[in-house]
Ligand binder design. Structure first.
Ligand code: MN
Length: 430
């Protein structure tokens, strides 16, 4: 049987007033949640997510863990919807659990948001999870380097979190437990302050998981402590011979599955009663702070100032960023499609359109002026040009073109000159 040892530490940091991170450790389940939302929303969201995960995760399988995360999402969404004080709250959630695959132990890892799971294997640290954040997305697209992403001012904008939508995508991995491997679950308060190489050297230096977790929290505070910091360290002591022979270690990740956005009802998976003796402990190291915060929340009086970073803002900013880009594109197309004029035919009449011949995407040319010229009166040499639309940068240029046509007709002794009309704009009518 897989044997694990673990240690944890959590701290409010040096800037925030309350610790809205939450964690849980037990023999078979480990989790970190980083809550956010105005007032006491963040604290409630991370509490709810962890409590719900503990309650719902009873069958030791990766699927059941994914479903438990989705049920935790339901819980946060449901609680936020009925309570104006909690509206907009949300939380990240990353978790690791011992699960069974064909009678053998595996480690299941799940993630939503930008809390992380790292693996220290020998001397090498790697991030197992993917961050669901705007900068991580840009980094995966090659538009930011890792170094740029690490210090990007908008690195706290999330693309996924619990509590936002009834449906949530949960990433999951199944990993072989290998003796000597060390896993770290942490909130962004750690890795935004402490470089990965420093995290790795600390993990190598301190064998005891609790010592290592405390030291990492200390380093994060030393680095600025701008956010709540939570670290859970899990050591694989005994892998029951499940580890693959040397050389096959590349197959360590048995299955890396990107979760589907599955709609799950509250009835959830069928499950036997939770095995006895698997209760663990969880909570903030600053429980007093938490109680104080809760007592304060119950008191009447002025609301405490909103937290600088709320989920509403993170999501809004992301939406604004996306729509900003779309808006710029739409603006560019509209400008391209509308800023020029062209002279062409409407049936046999020569008219001035605003736009581009044939239109641009959804922008159709708009008839702005009719002239007295017709297909029959214009010089034959200009018919083709007018047929395809003679583009002019401005309306004045279009007028000059019409006047020029009039002149040509006059000098060729044809129809008497006609001035370009200036009838009021006429709708294109199509
Ligand atoms: Mn955080």
């Amino acid at each position: 049987m897989t044997r694990l040892a673990w240690g944890s530490a959590s701290d409010v940091g040096r800037v925030r007033k309350a610790n809205e991170d939450m964690f849980f450790t037990s023999e078979w389940l480990f989790a970190v949640a980083d809550g956010m939302g105005g007032h006491r929303g963040g604290e409630v969201a991370s509490d709810l997510a962890i409590a719900s995960l503990r309650e719902e995760f009873v069958v030791p399988s990766t699927d059941a863990l994914v479903v438990a995360v989705q049920l935790a999402n339901d819980k946060v969404v449901g609680t936020a919807t009925g309570d104006p004080e909690l509206e907009g709250m949300g939380t990240t959630l990353c978790a690791m659990a011992v699960v069974q695959v064909d009678g053998a132990d595996r480690l299941a890892i799940v993630n939503v948001g930008d809390s992380r799971v790292y693996l220290l294997k020998g001397d090498v640290i790697e991030q197992v999870t993917d961050d669901h954040s705007l900068v991580a997305t840009l980094e995966r697209q090659g538009r930011l380097t890792a170094a740029e992403a690490a210090v990007h001012p908008q690195r706290n904008i999330l693309t996924r979190a619990l509590g936002i939508d009834a449906r949530v995508m949960v990433d999951s991995w199944e990993v072989l437990p290998v003796a000597g491997d060390r896993y770290v679950l942490c909130s962004d308060g750690l890795f935004n302050e402490v470089e990965d190489s420093r995290i790795a050297s600390t993990l190598r230096r301190l064998a005891d998981p609790t010592d290592a977790a405390r030291e990492l929290v200390r380093l994060a505070n030393e680095g600025g402590g701008h956010d709540n910091i939570t670290v859970v360290i899990v050591d694989v002591l005994d892998d029951d011979g499940v580890a693959l022979p040397e050389g096959d270690q590349a197959d360590r990740v048995v299955a890396a599955v990107s979760g589907e956005a599955r709609a799950v009802g509250h009835d959830g998976p069928t499950a036997p009663a939770k095995p006895a003796g698997r209760e663990g402990r969880g909570g903030r190291s600053k429980d007093k702070d938490k109680d104080k915060a809760k007592a304060k929340a119950a008191e009447p009086g002025p609301r405490p100032p909103a937290r600088p970073r709320t989920l509403t803002w993170r999501v809004l900013l992301f939406i604004v960023a996306v729509f900003g880009v779309l808006g710029l594109a739409a603006g560019a197309v509209t400008y391209y499609g509308r800023h020029t004029y062209f002279v062409g035919f409407e049936n046999d009449a020569v008219v001035i359109y605003r736009g581009r011949p044939g239109g641009v995407l959804w922008i159709q040319p708009e008839l702005v002026e009719r002239t007295a010229l017709t297909r029959a009166t214009v010089p034959a040499a200009t018919i083709n040009e007018l047929q395809s639309g003679k583009i002019e940068p401005t309306l004045a240029d279009a007028h000059r073109y019409i006047v020029n046509l009039d002149d040509q007709i006059a000098t060729s002794g044809g129809t008497p000159p006609t001035t370009a009309t200036s009838t009021p704009p006429v709708p294109a009518g199509n």
